[in-house]
Design a protein around this ligand. Structure first.
Ligand code: ADP
Length: 561
């Protein structure tokens, strides 16, 4: 928007000259006068130049002729006021003729003219002029007989009142006009501020490397920045309304349905973050965009539009892929030699030809080999989960046996740590699950409980209520509420665990979560620092085999110590 000046609002009082050229004012008086003379002539009055009416007509004609040639509006105001005064004089001349009194109503025109130009002074001045040039001469000339005296006084009075009322009207008009003028100035200033802010907003929009768009409720674009236009050109090279477009789902291959495009979802009222899509016709040059959307609503909550932000995360996604591929291949490469090392160490340990010292060293090697194997398996699991290639083998498995086996496996570690390990399960509980992975969940929870419990007990239970529920409760160090929200995040370790130098890499719980969720379940934790923790795995009831009677599932085996 150009820096235009504010409208010329000049605070001066309005006059009739602002609206009407004096030439028009005089012309309208002259026409009315001529019409009045015509009517009088029809009534028998004489208009000869020597008569009063004739002289008045000549005076009116002369004034009109002069007004027509005067260089308005450069004529000084005192001169201008002479015109209506002379008009009143012409009417006064008429009033000297008894028949000419009829022109009295024409006084209205010069009176309004004067009042409209000089306000109250003009109105009173016009009244005085009417008295001196119209009322008094006619009374003096015609006498006070009949109504002449009354007319001579009342007519000037009436026109003065009329002039004053007119001035009052003009005053009100002026007040309104002033207010309007001020509002116009304020409006202009507001429009300028809006335009300036818009320029700032446009500059900001075009500075950021994020594509931004604002849509109205119909999905039409209200505003967007250059970056977004560039993204859109990749997705819709032949225009947004063209049949073919190049937007793909998170895998970079599946074409997105139009209604699944982020903009369409946002216009339906959805809000989301980090929705990953790929755009671009050429598979090699495709860009990954992370899209976030927020809806815009009016005071009553109705949807009026949506804003979307598109961030180019191609390099990041590629780097993640490279990292995953790297971790996956390294883990694969490590797994085989590790299995072989562990196998041979176990073989040597099983033999009798090793001295006690060497046996102790070999046990350390075996323990660390086992840890390394677990770590490699965890890393591989993480990569597979990310790639969506985590393979689940669901078969009927006895969950009770799975839990008891895990408890038995952990028993020696618990005893070594001086902990009491108890278990409470039904006799058997068959469910269609990936038994090995569920065992991995329970193993991990029990080994964590043992690891993070310096003294006291660990209790494991399996029960069926509204869900299948596996609980591992310990009396250990507990988890701070600040840590609890991040516990299932990869590589996250609670402050307490790190402070006490308890070994771990922070992958176990994230893996457990992915396994439990892939069975349609969820995992929850309750904990108090210094008092212990309770991890609860809840699996849906429909995993239970229908042919296994519920009563049997609920039969609890005796707690084992
Ligand atoms: P890791 O045990 O290898 O560090 P996990 O993912 O299994 O990794 O656990 C993440 C973090 O959760 C641990 O570092 C620890 O701080 C906390 N944690 C897990 N289980 C317990 C528990 N039973 N008691 C206290 N803290 C725990």
């Amino acid at each position: 928007m150009s820096r235009s000046r504010p409208p010329a609002y000049v605070d001066h009082r309005f006059t009739v000259h602002d609206v009407l050229d004096p030439r028009w004012l005089q012309l309208s008086f002259a026409v009315s006068f001529a019409f009045a003379m015509g009517l009088l002539a029809v009534g028998g009055a004489t208009l000869e130049p020597a008569s009063l009416l004739g002289a008045a007509s000549l005076l009116c004609l002369a004034v009109t002729a002069v007004v027509m040639v005067l260089p308005w509006p450069r004529v000084p105001r005192p001169v201008a006021v002479l015109v209506p005064v002379l008009d009143i004089g012409a009417l006064g001349l008429c009033a000297l003729d008894p028949a000419g009194w009829a022109v009295a109503p024409l006084l209205v025109l010069p009176v309004l003219w004067m009042a409209g130009t000089y306000y109250r002074v003009g109105a009173i001045g016009a009244g005085l002029a009417a008295l001196l040039l119209f009322g008094l001469p006619s009374t003096a000339y015609l006498g006070t007989d009949g109504g002449t005296l009354a007319w001579s006084v009342l007519v000037p009075l009436a026109v003065t009142a009329l002039g004053l009322a007119f001035v009052e009207g003009i005053d009100r008009l002026n007040v309104d006009r002033d207010e309007l003028g001020r509002q116009r100035v304020a409006l202009h200033a507001a429009a300028r501020t809006i335009a300036e802010q818009r320029r700032f907003a446009d500059a900001i929009l075009d500075t950021v490397d994020v594509g931004l768009v604002l849509l109205d409720h119909t999905g039409a674009i209200r505003t967007m920045n250059d970056q977004l236009e560039a993204f859109m050109r990749q997705a819709f090279p032949r225009g947004r309304s063209a049949e073919d477009f190049f937007a793909y789902d998170v895998d970079g291959v599946t074409v997105l349905a139009r209604e699944e495009m982020p903009e369409q979802r946002a216009i339906r009222g959805e809000e989301f973050d980090d929705c990953l899509i790929w755009v671009g016709e050429d598979p090699k040059g495709r860009r990954a965009l992370s899209v976030s959307a927020r809806t815009v609503r009016d005071e009553s909550g109705g949807l009026v539009g949506a804003t979307l932000a598109y961030k180019d995360v191609t390099e990041f996604v590629r780097a993640l892929r490279v990292k995953d591929e790297f971790v996956a291949s390294v883990s694969h490469e490590l797994r085989t030699p590790l299995t072989s090392i562990r196998g041979y160490v176990d073989l040597v340990l099983d033999g009798n030809d090793v001295g006690e010292d060497s046996r102790a060293f070999l046990r350390v090697a075996a323990r660390n080999g086992e840890r390394l194997q677990r770590l490699v398996a965890d890393l591989l699991h993480t990569v597979q989960t990310d790639a969506g290639s985590l393979h689940m083998i669901r078969e009927p498995a006895d969950l009770a046996a799975v839990v008891r086996d895990s408890v038995d496996t952990a028993r020696s570690a618990a005893e070594a740590a001086g902990l009491e390990l108890t278990c409470e399960t039904p006799g058997e509980l068959w469910a269609v699950v990936d038994g090995q992975r569920i065992a991995q969940v329970v193993d991990n929870l029990i080994s964590n409980a043992v690891k993070y419990t310096p003294s006291g007990s660990v209790h494991v239970s399996l029960a069926v209520e509204d869900r299948v529920q596996i609980e591992v409760t310990d009396t250990g160090i507990g988890i701070d509420s600040m840590d609890r929200d991040h516990l299932f995040t990869r590589f996250y370790r609670a402050r307490h665990a790190q402070d006490q130098s308890i070994q771990g890499v922070g992958l176990g719980l994230s893996i457990i979560k992915s396994i439990v969720e892939s069975h349609g379940g969820r995992i929850e934790v309750e904990s108090e620092v210094g008092r212990g923790s309770r991890f609860q795995v809840r699996l849906p009831l429909d995993l239970l085999r229908p042919d296994v009677p519920r009563a049997r599932s609920n039969e609890l085996s005796r707690p084992t110590a």
